[in-house]
Design a protein around this ligand. Structure first.
Ligand code: FDM
Length: 210
């Protein structure tokens, strides 16, 4: 039987250059002839995603728990498609995943355990790359944007929760990269982490936090 595709999640703080790094990784995988599909969470195009988008742009208000569950539901509605692609041998790259869900909602004051529960049993990434940047460096890069969570105090708290999450995974599954460096250097590190997965995996896909 041929290998399944690898499941790679890229997480990061605002201003970490995540969007650029995800695009660079996708282009590199494609240029190497590796079948790849990119997902971005939240996926703002679905019915659930449209509600999330409106909330993030402060055009609607929602209870903290309700929006948390919508973010999670947005992953669950695409989980089947992700599993199918992986089974077919396609490498799946996710720009944000369940870890953002837990980090942002916990940073708002909800309990970590409560935030984690709707994420349990989602397909587990084979490796998660966390693009870390200090609030000071982020400020140097021009500060944050206009969306709901793009504020320094929030980003500091989010960073703390990401660090807490990282302690639950071994080094092979969670890699923290210093994203305050030149983008070429970060991209080189991203590729070094992903390259070993490009021939796919023989081991079955795991479930998150099971
Ligand atoms: N976000 C993202 C959450 O609060 N929970 C989630 O589950 C996910 C996936 O949404 F502030 C937050 C993180 C960020 C915002 O992300 C939108 P992008 O990457 O800036 O579009």
């Amino acid at each position: 039987m041929s290998n399944r595709g690898a499941f790679i999640a890229i997480e990061g703080l605002d201003r970490s250059g995540k969007t650029t790094q995800v695009a660079t990784l996708q282009a590199r995988l494609e240029s190497e002839g590796i079948p790849v599909k990119l997902f971005k969470f939240p996926d703002r195009t679905t019915a659930i995603g449209i509600m999330i988008d409106s909330y993030l742009r402060s055009q609607s208000e929602l209870d903290d728990r309700a929006i948390h569950l919508l973010f999670s539901a947005n992953r669950w509605e695409l989980a089947g498609a992700i599993e199918q692609l992986l089974a077919e041998g396609t490498t799946v790259v996710c720009d944000r995943y369940a870890f953002s869900g837990v980090a942002f909602s916990t940073a708002k004051g909800l309990s970590f355990e409560w935030c984690r529960s709707p994420e349990v049993s989602l397909p587990a990434p084979d490796v998660t790359l966390f693009l870390d940047i200090s609030p000071e460096k982020a400020r140097e890069r021009g500060g944050y944007g206009d969306e709901r969570y793009e504020k320094e105090e929030m980003q500091r708290k989010v960073r703390d929760v990401f660090r807490q999450i990282s302690t639950e995974f071994d080094e092979a599954r969670w890699v923290t990269l210093d994203a305050g460096r030149r983008r070429e250097d970060v991209a080189a590190d991203v590729w070094n982490c992903v390259q070993p997965f490009t021939s796919g995996l023989a081991s079955p896909l795991q479930r998150l936090w099971n």
